[in-house]
Write a protein that binds this ligand. Structure first.
Ligand code: PEP
Ligand code: MG
Length: 282
């Protein structure tokens, strides 16, 4: 792997499903996931997110009735729970690809309730038992505020959290992440979003779980010291940003980051948070 990445923190598995006229089979998927796993060094983490499409990202072979609020409708894990055969096929493909190469992890997108997680995990586990393979870590995306608020209950049952700050920000601020006018305000450094991340980290660590950030702010140089200060354990970074983020982290002091994060949590606005972390001119 080039650019210094030490694994894959978020594999958006949608790419296997898009641009087709029918769903990829279990074998199609297993082949793709295995190729990716083999491209990593043995033992490096590979976190595959199960299919995250929905009303806003339609698939021709997956008809979803038009919805008034697609971002609040059938998307993410809700599709897999409604049509479990899709989640079952994908679970088997992931588990088959987990039998060598990278250290496979799976996570479910758009989890909102503990029942969502339990049902998805049950399907995954049933397929694992049928295949007769060893367990792999099963985590969830923290991208709906309800999960961060009730993080303690989730952390007791999941193996890890991965904070999807793109959606967590849009759902916390009730602002469409792609809205042309609102976009400048949809800032993951809003203290409300940072507060939710802090809650997730605290609960996860209490239960001995790790927390990653896989949304866009993981690649934002102003966010990196704050995420380190909040105790985030892993960053999933866009490929071009990896060298700069690694270089930045090497220069940071944990104590200073923690102090900064404390201040950010008490700030009144995203602009105030950004003012705490001047952009490095070098
Ligand atoms: C997120 O919501 O932050 C995330 C990583 O998922 P996506 O951007 O694919 O919705
Ligand atoms: Mg998301």
């Amino acid at each position: 792997m080039t650019k210094g990445a030490e694994g894959v923190g978020l594999l958006r598995s949608e790419f296997v499903f898009l641009g087709r006229t029918k769903a990829p089979t279990e074998d199609d998927q297993a082949e793709v996931y295995t190729d990716i796993s083999n491209a990593l060094k043995p033992g490096q983490p590979l976190v595959i997110r199960t299919l995250d499409v929905g009303g806003d990202k339609p698939l021709p072979y997956l008809p979803i009735p038009a919805e008034e609020n697609p971002f609040l409708g059938e998307r993410g894990i809700r599709i897999g729970l409604d049509r479990p055969e899709i989640l079952r096929d994908q679970s088997r493909a992931i588990l088959r690809a987990a039998q060598g190469g990278a250290k496979m992890h799976v996570m479910f997108p758009m989890i909102a309730t503990i029942e969502d997680f339990r049902f998805a995990k049950q399907i995954f586990e049933e397929e694992r038992v049928k295949l007769g393979v060893d367990p792999i870590p099963v985590g969830i995306m923290v991208e709906v505020p309800s999960v961060a608020v009730c993080a303690d209950a989730f952390a007791a049952e999941v193996d890890f959290f991965s904070v999807g700050t793109n959606d967590l920000t849009q759902y916390t601020l009730a602002m469409d992440r792609g809205h042309p006018k609102l976009a400048p305000q949809v800032d993951g450094l809003n203290p409300a979003v940072l507060g939710l991340i802090a809650m997730a980290v605290k609960a996860a660590h209490k239960h001995g779980r790790w927390v990653g950030v896989c949304g866009g702010i993981g690649s934002d140089p102003q966010a990196v010291p704050l995420l380190v200060g909040l105790g985030v354990d892993e960053l999933s970074v866009s490929i071009p940003a990896i060298p700069a983020v690694k270089a930045q982290i090497r220069k940071l002091s944990k104590a200073q980051c923690e102090e900064l994060a404390e201040k950010a949590l008490r700030a009144a606005s995203a602009a105030d948070v950004r003012a705490l972390v001047p952009v490095d001119e070098n």
